[in-house]
Design a binder for this molecule. Sequence first.
Ligand SMILES: *Cc1c(COP(=O)(O)O)cnc(C)c1O
Length: 389
Amino acid sequence: MTNIPYARQNINDDDISSVIEALRSDFLTQGPLVSKFEEDISRYCGVKHTVASNSATSALHIACMALEINSKSLVWTSPISYVASSNCALYCGASVDFVDIDPKTNNISVKALEEKLIIAKKNNQLPDVLIPVHLSGYPCEMDLIFELSKKYGFLIIEDASHAIGSKYLGENIGSCKFSDITILSFHPVKIITTGEGGAATTNDKNLAKKMISFRSHGILPGVSEEKVVKDHEIWNYQQLYLGFNYRMTDIQAALGISQLKRLDNFVKKRNILAVNYYELLSDLPVLTPARNETIYSAFHLYIIRLKRNLIKKNQKEIYEEMKFLGINLNLHYIPIYLQPFYSNLGFKRGHCPEAEKYFIEALSFPMYFDLSFEDQKKIVTNFKKVIKL
Ligand SMILES: *Cc1c(COP(=O)(O)O)cnc(C)c1O
């Protein structure tokens, strides 16, 4: 009996050839293939600039730096996300806070956001940046969030680590129609992979330029007139900021270029799998993910919520019994502020009640390109058995 993982990459012969070709080329680290991958992402998303990096976490960090987040800044995000969505603000010395979720979508609640903004305005504690997260690939209500950003004067970084290939109001996620910067992840469990890798997209040339420099030690190629030490012009580089080594390699970009060609197929298959799950789960005591005509989700995850009053077992028991049967479920995520590190910053239980309710109800079902309908039937049959007693 083979185990069913909750997520898995799809690598084909074209991917392998593409990487081998990169290995035989002159460049191993950042070179022409990184530029080509960036151009391909820009074209796909319908955005002007893409800055690739060695992870989405580093892309989030340089995005915060480009928006000038510092120790005086306040950043708000969703409690139901991977810790990286919030850690990036802490790297810059900023304070963070969390906006409760909408139980229908499990994304940041626009109502909760507006209420929190009204109070924050009174207290003169408005956020500088909001990081909405498109959980599972289901886009946040970006048009409404964008309106609030204009009214209350904050900037927006979309954490679209789950959402390359998703569409909102006909716009591709990554287009930055409703944000300053959008972050993508190419970790192997995500929609497309480069092994490790991420990218930041933006329509703002200046932000792109800053992120390019932060990705590589704060150095910009070429010389700017006023700052260069005259005698050193010949060496043709200068450090203007304090940056990092967050570069993607050409080997990774080769894989990304090849994977991107299959992105639409990947997402199409994930949507077919989602439809299968909606049908297979329709009579069970679970809430299935939100659906809406204005939205096309990349379905990075298929998250159900247990109707706890109708099921005797808790998440942990269900998880363990399913694992024993060779089926790996998962939880995305523990509310960030309940993590020990965040408790130590002073966050308390009860801060975001909807997020905490989600935390004891949510389970991610297996979702990946190579999952078969047979697998899905087996998953749901076993799930039925497990929750019955
Ligand atoms: C995976 C993920 C990240 C971090 O991505 P890496 O590429 O692994 O650094 C950030 N935010 C969310 C929501 C994620 O799921």
